[in-house]
Design a protein around this ligand. Structure first.
Ligand code: GDP
Ligand code: K
Ligand code: MG
Length: 271
């Protein structure tokens, strides 16, 4: 049976969308070791199962509860991900999206809070965003259910949803990525090896722990250290994880420059 997962920052409308996409759902207890409830539902029109993952800002967890989503990605093989993104805070939300696009499973970007974005004068060029990321982008207002039928029909047809093609150029870290990828070839059931390599080099504790008994971590450290020395010598930056973050941030900045029309944007009103 097809299984899909909702992934995104906290308060972006994941649960609202979950409720309109499913006919019935149940809490199947808690995720292992955390207090977050595990919510799984049946998609309308017999489309398979949908999991509502806890909100996260990054795959690099800061708390135990935040580990759940990353753990899910390393342990399960979802048919596709639905990444819910707040259209009114696109740049911040894309930090997670990049890592999900690198994950290598089919993915749909649900661009939610279109009403909020509109009221703030934020215009997102959906066509360009779709082209740049190479995945379907569906505008949503989850609170009213607008766009949910488009999500359902895209999922139904998910065989036609391409796996992401997003491959950023990590420059001086590319050699280290290739070296780690070579170490992963004999391990079964892993997600996209480039994604795993990047998560290891970025010192993601969930991925490090998941693979600790399967690969030689001293070798991973040696590869990381060699790469970091090269980065420092080139005068780049203080650490390899920081370099990886900065490459992603650079990509997002350029992307937002292309897809966001800021000329109509109203000043943010906090009251
Ligand atoms: P989650 O934390 O990602 O599961 O987000 P929720 O579904 O709990 O939504 C967070 C809040 O945003 C709730 O108050 C929702 O009613 C509201 N919300 C969700 N989607 C939309 C939307 O498209 N527009 C507006 N204005 N509010 C929304
Ligand atoms: K919430
Ligand atoms: Mg929620």
């Amino acid at each position: 049976m097809s299984s899909f997962a909702l992934v995104g920052n906290p308060n972006t409308g994941k649960t609202s969308l979950f409720n309109t996409l499913t006919t019935s759902y149940e809490y199947v207890g808690n995720w292992a070791g955390v207090t977050v409830e595990k919510k799984i539902g049946d998609l309308k029109e017999g489309g398979g199962q949908l999991v509502d993952l806890p909100g996260i800002y990054s795959l690099h967890p800061l708390s135990k509860d935040e580990r759940v989503a990353t753990q899910y990605l390393i342990e399960e093989t979802p048919s596709a991900l639905i990444n819910i993104v707040d259209a009114s805070q696109l740049e911040r939300n894309l930090a997670l999206s990049i890592q999900l696009l690198e994950y290598g499973r089919p993915i749909i970007l649900g661009l939610n809070m279109m009403d909020v974005a509109k009221s703030r004068g934020i215009h997102v060029d959906i066509q360009k965003l779709q082209e740049q990321l190479g995945v379907p982008v569906i505008p949503l207002i989850a609170r009213t259910g607008k766009g949910s039928s488009e999500i359902l029909s895209t999922l139904k047809d998910f065989g036609a949803v391409d796996s992401p093609v997003l491959t950023l150029d990590y420059g001086a870290a590319e050699e280290a990525i290739t070296d780690i990828e070579k170490m992963l070839t004999s391990i079964p059931n892993l997600p996209n090896h480039r994604w795993v390599a990047l998560q290891l080099l970025a010192q993601n504790p969930v991925i490090l722990q998941a693979l600790s008994s399967q690969i030689d971590m001293a070798e991973v450290d040696a590869i990381s250290n060699r790469c970091e020395a090269k980065l420092l010598q080139a005068g780049y930056i203080s650490s390899l994880p920081e370099w990886i973050r900065s490459v992603r941030a650079g990509f997002i900045e350029k992307l937002c420059h292309t897809v966001l029309d800021r000329s109509t944007q109203k000043p943010h009103n906090l009251t």
